[in-house]
Design a protein around this ligand. Structure first.
Ligand code: ATP
Length: 238
């Protein structure tokens, strides 16, 4: 199968100063890649650049064989990329149903959303602001998924949520990837949970990719991950 998302020699950062360097990634349809690393390693910067919201300093992002044009922020969405940001960006004073319709209008979209997140069904008429944290995360994912993206980029899904809820939501992300052939890049601090659903993991340390490995290998050998988190230099210094 050919990859739906490719990052080639990507430098990403702010004011032309890269905080991520030489980032390479290929994700196939239906595959979940966990993007891991300590605070400030460059995960969110990579994700925003992949989403088309920040222009790369160097390199390219290719979606479905086409180089992503960064001249307008909406071109990423048009190319089939959906970002689920860590602050969820919901319209808290609008109803759940209205929030979903920002992804796609119509009854079919609502049916899609509630098929994956049945907990939202009884909440369609209430304001998004009164939902629980878990429900808000479901809504953010539902809004992204009804747009039928080829690629979902999900930032810190677990933030502020109880582990059991995170586990349930990640299981739905797995189902979305499998059933809809959606490629997923999952930025996650909760490494063990991310490895529970991911096929592969990429670890960033200080803006460099220091490890790329299958989730199975990393689950079997957590030491690999510990070393990667310390950074390549730290690994070689002892
Ligand atoms: P976290 O888990 O803490 O969000 P992260 O791996 O997602 O970490 P980034 O948020 O991508 O890391 O940050 C990478 C680097 O870029 C950090 O050094 C950060 O200070 C810097 N940075 C982030 N946002 C900006 C910005 N708007 N302007 C300038 N530098 C920034």
């Amino acid at each position: 199968m050919s990859p739906i998302l490719v990052c080639r020699g990507l430098d990403a950062g702010y004011h032309r100063r890269p905080v991520v360097r030489g980032f390479e990634l290929e994700v196939e349809p239906g595959e979940i890649v966990a993007l891991l690393g300590a605070n400030g390693a460059g995960k969110t910067t990579s994700l925003l650049t992949m989403a088309g919201l920040m222009p790369p300093i160097r390199g390219q992002i290719v979606v479905g064989g086409k180089v992503l044009n960064h001249s307008r922020p909406y071109l990423g969405a048009r190319a089939g990329i959906a970002l689920v940001p860590d602050d969820k960006c919901l319209f808290t004073t609008l109803s759940v149903a209205d929030n979903v319709s920002f992804g796609r209008r119509g009854k079919a979209a609502l049916a899609d959303a509630t098929a994956y997140f049945p907990a939202l069904e009884k909440r369609l008429k209430v304001d998004a602001g009164v939902l629980s944290g878990g429900e808000q995360q479901m809504l953010a994912l539902a809004r992204a998924l009804v747009a039928n993206p080829k690629v979902m980029l999900i930032d810190e899904l677990s933030m502020g949520l109880a582990p059991v809820i995170v586990q349930d939501i990640l299981a739905v992300v797995r189902r979305i990837a499998r059933e809809r052939d959606t490629a997923v890049v999952l930025v996650e601090q909760h490494v063990r949970m991310a490895l529970g659903v991911a096929d592969r993991a990429v670890v960033l340390a200080h803006g460099d990719v220091v490890l790329e490995e299958s989730a199975t290998a990393l689950r079997a050998n957590p030491e690999l991950l510990r070393e990667a988190y310390l950074g390549r230099n730290a690994v070689h210094s002892h």
